[in-house]
Design a protein around this ligand. Structure first.
Ligand SMILES: Cc1cc2nc3c(=O)[nH]c(=O)nc-3n(C[C@H](O)[C@H](O)[C@H](O)COP(=O)(O)OP(=O)(O)OC[C@H]3O[C@@H](n4cnc5c(N)ncnc54)[C@H](O)[C@@H]3O)c2cc1C
Length: 441
């Protein structure tokens, strides 16, 4: 007879790992089924340069503002570091901007954001407007005191928001744009020394040490079925079948959009399917570039490159060996590493001769069928869309036997590591209570 697990967890990203860690610590028997050959999902630290390059999440946003990653890092003895608060250097495609203009552009951006917050909270505000309608409209404080030739730099700086959002300002709802501010972790940023891969491995090891959790990799779930006796069966594409009293799906939103109709049997409610379709997944790619010799001013980073087609961020993560960690927004996501290097060298070194990279690593979240994008995007414009869609994505089905976790299921923290971790904790608590009630009966 096959083992009947208490919980079948589908996906071993940070949401699945946090659920598994908390459930196994509480004595529940957990089977994790992961399609990749590794755990971590969109938390992926590449070490092929001999130093950690984050191809997924990097920052602990809200380092001093209560990000739950800090608690886990402390539990597992992982070293973390607060990053210096520096806006670094602003450049256009032809080279760095002067300090006076840089200061002016940042000051205008701050005014434009507080203007957007003010107008979007007024009762007369049209809730069909996009963030672009307010932030980069000709009357926006973004352009105060700038010459015609300087205004495009201000627009490009405002578009830096698209890096995190993963969608154009034109698609993001202005009405909901600031909805999560004051709740989401923000303010200071930090990192885990050695990368998020350390947290991923620590969570897996701690779950396995309980003797209650086991992981199967390289196994893609193809169906989740509620069987007649009230249990859940998970089928994988390699023909395996797992039995559980409950199940937790952490399949990312992008992949959820492509699941066949019979993936869930019985089907999940229409209102959840509609929420999956109404929400969007943004695009953000990462690039690591390793060089033989240092070609940028170590005191000048990070570098923000303002282009007509989107804004690129380049963080020097090491000066010895020289290594750049580059964030590439949706509009430039298809560009080759050579092309990005050319853009960076021109923008940062004003076209002076610089060495070619000796090694390159890059992400492909957009085309990765186990993610199909970076993270859920902020609420888009359009009738009926609101943050409640994320709450709908979180709702369990089948009388609570099948739960849903993942970054897109945390209304207040979507699109982030805290969102993934808190969703795993939330489902661990809910499933634990459900199982404890089942045993009493
Ligand atoms: C480029 C990038 C930069 C980011 N930067 C930051 C940052 O600086 N700070 C921050 O807080 N957040 C950041 N994030 C967001 C953060 O990485 C994610 O929110 C978080 O890692 C998502 O975790 P998850 O468990 O929800 O999903 P995932 O990590 O995607 O886990 C889901 C797992 O399910 C597996 N899976 C999918 N389908 C199946 C199936 N059918 N069968 C079995 N397994 C399956 C996948 O392989 C995956 O391992 C970034 C994300 C990206 C992509």
């Amino acid at each position: 007879m096959s083992t009947v697990n208490d919980v079948l967890v589908i996906g071993a990203g940070l949401s699945g790992l946090s659920a598994t860690y908390n459930l196994s610590k509480a004595g529940k028997l957990v089977q994790v089924i992961e399609a990749r050959d590794r755990v971590g999902g969109r938390a992926y630290t590449d070490t092929s340069f001999g130093l950690p390059v984050e191809l997924g999440c990097m920052a602990i946003h809200g380092y001093n503002e209560g990000n739950p990653v800090l608690g886990y890092a402390k539990t597992f003895g992982l070293e973390t570091k607060l990053l210096p608060a520096s806006s670094g250097t602003l450049s256009t495609k032809d080279g760095p901007l002067n300090a006076i203009l840089t200061k002016k552009l940042y000051a205008n951006l701050v005014s434009a954001i507080s203007h957007m917050n003010k107008v979007t909270s007024e009762s007369s505000f049209s809730d069909t407007s996009s963030a672009a309608d307010v932030l980069v409209s000709s009357s926006s404080p973004l352009y105060t005191g700038l010459s015609e030739s300087e205004k495009p730099h201000a627009t490009a700086l405002a578009r830096a928001a698209e890096i995190g959002w993963g969608i154009p300002l034109e698609e993001a709802s202005a009405h909901w744009s600031q909805w999560a501010s004051g709740i989401a972790f923000a303010g200071s940023d930090g990192v885990i020394m050695g990368g998020y891969g350390k947290l991923v491995e620590a969570l897996r090891a701690a779950a396995e040490e309980t003797g209650k959790a086991s992981f199967v990799l390289n196994s893609r779930v193809s169906k989740i079925i509620q069987v007649d006796d009230g249990r859940v069966q998970v089928h994988t594409s390699d023909g395996k079948v797992y039995d559980g009293r409950t199940a937790l799906s952490t399949i990312p939103l992008g992949t959820m959009k492509t699941l066949p109709r019979d993936f869930f049997q019985p089907p999940i409610p229409v209102r959840k399917v509609s929420a999956v379709l109404r929400t969007a997944v943004g695009i953000l790619e990462k690039l690591g570039l390793l060089y033989d010799s240092l070609w940028w001013d170590p005191a000048a980073g990070p570098f923000t490159i303002l282009l007509d087609t989107g804004t690129i961020l380049a963080f020097p993560i090491s000066n010895s060996p020289p290594c750049l960690h580059v964030l590439i927004p949706y509009g430039l996501a298809g560009l080759s590493a050579d092309k990005i290097h050319d853009i960076l060298s021109r923008a940062i070194a004003s076209g002076k001769s610089v060495p070619e990279p000796t090694k390159v690593v890059s992400s492909r979240w957009k085309d990765d069928e186990l993610a199909l994008g970076a993270t859920s995007s902020p609420v888009r414009t359009g009738e009926g869309r609101s943050p409640l869609d994320f709450a709908e994505l979180a709702r369990p089905v089948w009388g609570g036997l099948l739960g849903f976790a993942g970054e897109a299921t945390e209304m207040d923290h979507r699109g982030s590591v805290p969102g993934a971790i808190l969703s795993g904790e939330r489902e661990a608590r809910r499933i634990q209570a459900l199982l404890d009630r089942q045993y009493i009966v």
